[in-house]
Design a protein around this ligand. Structure first.
Ligand code: ASP
Length: 412
C-alpha cells in the first residue's frame, strides 16, 4: 500500500486536531506542546540553514571565477525579478487584505503587540553590520547574519584557489546536512500541525480564520500568476524579441517536475536539460546561471514571504507602518536568497522576517501552523515561478552575451 503523501498527512492532521479539540474541549490541551515542539524545531534549523545556504550559494558564484560581467548581469536579473515579485505581493496583500476577515483583537487572544519602533533607514543599514557575528547568530539577528554570511561566502571563494577549495567542500557538506535535518523536521510536520490545530481549536477562532487562510492562498496564487504570465514573459520578450510561449513549451518538463517535487534543487538537472536542449542556451551560461539560480533566485518564494508576513500581521490586528513594510520587502528579498530549494523551506525562512519586524509569540506559531497545512499547493506553484524565472534569466543573460538561442543545439 502506498504511504499517504506528506501534504495529505498534514492536511488531515489539521482537521483531526480541530475535531480532537472540539471533542475533548480543554482536556485536549495536553496535545498542544506537540505544536510548540514542531515550531521550536523549525526555528532550530533556520539560522544554520540560512547561514550555510547563503555562504555556499555566494561562494559558488565566486568559485566559477565569473564574478565579472556575466555575474553582475545574472545577479542584477535575480535581484530585480525577485524585487518585482515582492512588489506585486505587497500590492496585492494590501489591496485584498486577506487577514482582515478575522478579528482576533476582540477575542482577548492576543496580547497587544509591541513591535519595535521603526528604525530610521541609516540605522537599519548600520544594524546590518554585526559588531559580533556570533552574537548576531545567538540573538537570531537575521539581517546581520545574512550580511556576514554573504561576505563570508565571497571570501570562501577567494581562498584556496579556484579548483580545490576544501573549505567550500566542507561547507557544502554541512549545508547538505542541514538540508537533511530540515527535511526530517518537515517529516514530522503532521504531528506538529496536529498540536497546532488543537491549539487553534481550543482558541475558538472559528470559520473566520479559515476564510482568511483561503483569501491568503488566493492572494499568493494571484500574485504568482501575474509574475509568471505577465512580468516574466514581458522581460523575456524585451530581451529576446521572441514569443514567450516558446519558453513555456521548452520548459514544460522542468515545470512539471518542480510541480511534482516542490523542490527547485531536485529539478535542477531537468531545468538544465530543458534550457540547453530546448532553448539553445550554451553550456557556459546555463552551467553558471542555473545552479546559482536554483539556490538564490526564488521570485515565487520572495512574493510568498512578503504576503505571508503581512497576512500574519493583519490577522493579529497589527497595523504595519510604511517603514515596517519597507523592512519586510528588504528582508523578504534576503530571506528568499537564503531559502534552501527544498519543499516548504520558504515557510522556515519566514521566521527571519517575523523576527526582524518583531512579530512573535504563541499566535504567530498557530497562524504559521495553519499556513503550513495550506502550503503544499502554494509551494508547488512558487516552485514553478522560481524555476521559470531561472530559465528566463538564463535566456536573457545568454542573449545579452550574443548567443543566438537556437534550440536542439547543445553548444559549448
Ligand atoms: N520549495 C521551494 C523551492 O524549492 C522553496 C520554497 O519553499 O519556497 O523552490
Amino acid at each position: 500500500m502506498n504511504k499517504l503523501k506528506l501534504h495529505w498527512q498534514i492536511i488531515i492532521s489539521l482537521f483531526l486536531g480541530i475535531i480532537f479539540s472540539k471533542a475533548l474541549g480543554s482536556y485536549s490541551s495536553f496535545a498542544e506542546p506537540l505544536g510548540d515542539l514542531f515550531i521550536r524545531l523549525l526555528k532550530m534549523v533556520t539560522v544554520p540553514l540560512v547561514i550555510l545556504s547563503m555562504i555556499t550559494g555566494v561562494s559558488n558564484i565566486g568559485a566559477t571565477g565569473k564574478l565579472g560581467w556575466l555575474g553582475i548581469k545574472t545577479v542584477g536579473y535575480y535581484l530585480s525579478t525577485s524585487f518585482l515579485a515582492i512588489l506585486i505581493g505587497l500590492f496585492l496583500v494590501n489591496w485584498i487584505r486577506p487577514g482582515l476577515s478575522v478579528d482576533l483583537t476582540n477575542k482577548d487572544l492576543v496580547s497587544p503587540l509591541e513591535l519595535p519602533d521603526p528604525v530610521p533607514p541609516l540605522d537599519l543599514i548600520l544594524r546590518i553590520v554585526p559588531t559580533n557575528p556570533l552574537k548576531a547568530a545567538v540573538n537570531g539577528d537575521m539581517l546581520a547574519i545574512i550580511f556576514f554570511s554573504l561576505i563570508l561566502g565571497i571570501c570562501v571563494s577567494r581562498v584556496g584557489g579556484e579548483k580545490k577549495n576544501r573549505l567550500a567542500g566542507i561547507l557544502e557538506d554541512a549545508f547538505q546536512a542541514m538540508m537533511e535535518m530540515t527535511r526530517l523536521v518537515i517529516l514530522i510536520a503532521p504531528i506538529g500541525v496536529f498540536g497546532l490545530a488543537v491549539k487553534l481549536g481550543n482558541q475558538n477562532m472559528g470559520g473566520d480564520f479559515f476564510k482568511a487562510v483561503g483569501w491568503y492562498m488566493t492572494t499568493i496564487a494571484t500574485g504568482l500568476t501575474v509574475h509568471l504570465f505577465i512580468v516574466l514573459p514581458f522581460i523575456y520578450y524585451v530581451f529576446t524579441r521572441k514569443n514567450p510561449i516558446r519558453q513555456f513549451v521548452g520548459m514544460a518538463n522542468a515545470l512539471a517536475t518542480v510541480f511534482a517535487t516542490s523542490s527547485s534543487l531536485a529539478t535542477l538537472p531537468v531545468t538544465m536539460e530543458c534550457v540547453r536542449k530546448n532553448l539553445g542556451v550554451s553550456k557556459t551560461v546555463s552551467g553558471f546561471v542555473l545552479p546559482m539560480g536554483a539556490t538564490v533566485n526564488m521570485d515565487g518564494t520572495a512574493l510568498f514571504e512578503c504576503v505571508g508576513v503581512i497576512f500574519i500581521a493583519q490577522v493579529m490586528g497589527v497595523d504595519l507602518s510604511i517603514s515596517q513594510q519597507a523592512l519586510i520587502v528588504f528582508t523578504a528579498l534576503l530571506a528568499s536568497i537564503g531559502t534552501a530549494a527544498i519543499p516548504s523551506a520558504g515557510l522556515v525562512t519566514i521566521f527571519i522576517i517575523l523576527e526582524t519586524v518583531g512579530l512573535k509569540g504563541e499566535m504567530v506559531s498557530i497562524i504559521v501552523g495553519a499556513m503550513l497545512a495550506a502550503d503544499r499547493p502554494l509551494d508547488m506553484y512558487r516552485g514553478i515561478v522560481n524555476i521559470f524565472s531561472d530559465s528566463v534569466g538564463a535566456v536573457v543573460v545568454a542573449s545579452s552575451e550574443g548567443e543566438n538561442l537556437n534550440a536542439e543545439s547543445s553548444k559549448l
